[in-house]
Every structure is written in structure tokens, then in C-alpha cells.
Design a protein. Structure first.
Length: 74
């Protein structure tokens, strides 16, 4: 990320982030897209911000197989 824009991304499966994301979704009862900035120092994960919008990194998620617009329609 540079100047608030995502230039490149690496798609990885991370069970800690998946579990954290599910917990936030369940607690907030948010439906739809929730863009989150998460940092890790290797041991701990920190949620820096959450935005109910398509963030700059969404195209990378879409290329990795996440078709959120279709999911919202369904």
C-alpha cells in the first residue's frame, strides 16, 4: 500500500485472519462488504480500521475468486 492505494498484493490463506474476520462479522452483525486493514507483527494481529466499502485491494480479492457483487445479488 502506498499513499492509500494498493499497488500489489499477495493472496494467502491465513486462518488467524479468517477467524478474526468471522468474529468481527458476527459481533457487528454487518452484512455486505467490510474492508479491513490488519497488521501483524508475527504474533499479534491489529485491526487498524474497518470501512463498509470496496477498498483498493478488492480487485485482488476478485481475481483470487471472491465475486462479492454476485454474492450480494444472490
Amino acid at each position: 500500500m502506498r499513499v492509500g492505494k494498493t499497488d500489489t498484493a499477495k493472496i494467502v490463506e491465513n486462518n488467524v485472519i479468517l477467524k478474526l474476520s468471522k468474529k468481527i462479522a458476527n459481533l457487528s452483525k454487518h452484512i455486505g462488504n467490510l474492508d479491513m486493514d490488519i497488521l501483524s507483527n508475527g504474533d499479534k494481529y491489529y485491526v487498524l480500521e474497518m470501512n463498509a466499502r470496496f477498498g483498493g485491494g478488492y480487485p485482488f480479492s476478485h481475481l483470487a475468486g471472491v465475486n462479492l457483487p454476485q454474492a450480494l445479488i444472490e
